[in-house]
Design a binder for this molecule. Structure first.
Ligand code: ADP
Length: 487
């Protein structure tokens, strides 16, 4: 498995959680998994690390010296550890950021991730050739690793030892495609003929994800609804044509969560722990959250927000209705970082309504746990959401999600309706239009239901008792791997 981020090594979003949890769960199911990651700055873990490979890769006639370090991560229930390879090339990866700094992408991201892709294939070749390991499948994640499948198809002579390896490309977010200027194509080391609309060219630029979608043996994404959405013009981000031209279709597997890390009964980030049977600790978490965000300890519903502040997440819709919300009995806590403009707007509303809005701009894992636990409701008004993890965490923490009905949000939240209340299956609220009006009326509905103590409690319990673990999803991936290997 190759990815550009994975916890605890590097994280900017859900991808990092997914990659590690899936790799661990597959190991627990008995598969031998090796995870390849760039060796970024500051990745110290408790595992011993040793250098296992050193080689050079020719990029634009220049030899680039790469080293590979290995960590063996113990997996409970598994006879083999998860093997992690960190691909080090310090001029590219020993930096303060993963993809960007000060809100600007690194200008050499194409150089960085083509080098990583080539190093991944080099490592696989060494494993096959020198160590005699049989590698069946390479699971790629997002544009940063998509080019691996292109190299395997386009340069079969260079990678002849790997000709039996199948590639699965999982798209975690179609909004990020790895688009670069045409003049940079030489850096990929691919034949110039591949810079064409039937391969990597996309309206005159290079598109790494497009190349992967065309060359991978199978393509999947992280929820069934998103798999259907991305072949439409509304959600396809310009790649709907390429995606729908894959005759085998796009597979959709909903992410699970790491139920050991995200467990309100054992979470040591929380000031108190709790279960569905005894929610007293959740009240302690709520009061602590109010204090931590500088809000008065009042018996009002607390709405939580955890996420990247980007257009995708629809938090601007919340800003549009902030005056209306502030006239209601509630408090809002925001934890997020992202677009500079949105950050400034959130700072401004927080200053205006300091009695009711708590704000933390930044990335803070501990605080994310505390918001998930201490809030009564979690807001995710996403314009699109491939799967979404925050709402899964909120379900597990008894924090009722209010989401837009899109992608994985539509697949994982059972909306409040007479029938779902009757069957005790309702776990949250959703709205369809990506509009602030729709968001406001859904929040108002949730606030009304919040006052119906019994119904609210049933919703909390329905969410907390769902099986959100990785087991089922990992088994589905294993099924795909098997089907691909047999083809
Ligand atoms: P995405 O991958 O699009 O960012 P997801 O909901 O799939 O959205 O995953 C977001 C992950 O990142 C969750 O684990 C969430 O807790 C975490 N996260 C997002 N923003 C922050 C933040 N500011 N501080 C801490 N964790 C955050």
């Amino acid at each position: 498995m190759a990815a550009s981020e994975a916890v605890p090594y590097a994280k900017t979003g859900g991808l990092a959680d997914v990659v590690t949890a899936l790799a661990m769960e597959l190991s627990a199911l008995g598969h031998r998994v090796t995870l390849l990651l760039p060796g970024y700055r500051g990745q110290a873990t408790q595992n011993a690390r040793r250098e296992v490979m050193r080689f050079s890769i020719l990029v634009m006639q220049t030899k680039t010296e790469v080293t590979v370090e290995e960590e063996l991560v113990p997996v409970t229930e598994a006879s083999h550890p998860l093997r992690v390879f960190l691909v080090r090339y310090d001029p590219y990866f020993d930096r303060p950021g993963i993809y960007q700094e000060d809100h600007h992408d690194y200008p050499d991201n194409l150089d960085r991730f083509t080098l990583f892709c080539r190093a991944v294939l080099h490592v696989l070749r060494a494993l096959t050739e020198v160590q005699g390991e049989a590698v069946d499948l390479l699971h790629l994640h997002d544009w940063q690793t998509a080019l691996c499948s292109v190299y395997l198809k386009a340069l079969p002579g260079e990678y002849k030892e790997l000709h039996t390896i199948k590639t699965l490309l999982t798209i975690h977010n179609l909004g990020y495609q790895g688009i670069f200027a045409a003049e940079e194509f030489g850096k990929t080391g691919l034949p110039p003929s591949l810079f064409s609309p039937s391969a990597l060219e996309y309206y005159g630029s290079i598109n790494c994800l497009k190349g992967g979608i065309i060359c991978a043996d199978a393509v999947s994404t992280v929820s069934p609804t998103y798999a259907k959405e991305i072949i439409t013009a509304e959600y396809g981000c310009g790649l709907e044509g390429v995606l729908s031209s894959r005759i085998d279709g796009i597979l959709g597997i909903t992410n699970g969560i790491d139920t050991k890390v995200w467990d309100p009964a054992r979470d040591f980030y929380l000031p108190a722990r709790y279960t569905a049977a005894n929610l007293a600790g959740k009240q302690v978490c709520k009061r602590a959250l109010q204090e931590e965000f500088g809000l008065p300890n009042r018996e009002v519903p607390v709405l939580g927000v955890v996420g990247r502040l980007t257009f995708q997440k629809g938090f601007d819709l919340l800003l549009e209705i902030i005056a209306e919300l502030m006239s209601l009995e509630l408090q809002i806590v925001f934890l997020g970082t992202g677009d500079y403009d949105l950050e400034q707007q959130f700072k401004a509303v927080q200053q205006k309504y300091a009695e009711k809005i708590g704000l933390h701009i930044g990335f803070d894992e501990r605080l994310a746990h505390r918001v998930e636990a201490g809030a009564d409701m979690l807001l995710m008004p996403s314009r699109y959401e491939p799967c979404g993890l925050s709402q899964l965490y909120s379900l597990r923490y008894g924090t009722v999600p209010i989401v837009r009905r899109t992608g994985g949000l539509a697949d994982t939240v059972v909306p409040f309706r007479p029938s779902t209340v009757e069957s005790k299956s309702a776990t949250g609220f959703y709205f369809t239009d990506a509009s602030s009006d729709a968001l406001l009326s859904t929040i108002m509905l949730a606030l009304r239901v919040y006052k119906e103590y019994e119904t609210w409690n049933l919703m909390i319990k329905a969410g907390m008792s769902e099986d959100l673990s990785w087991r089922r999803s990992a088994q589905q991936y294993a099924g795909i791997y098997r089907a691909m290997a047999e083809k």
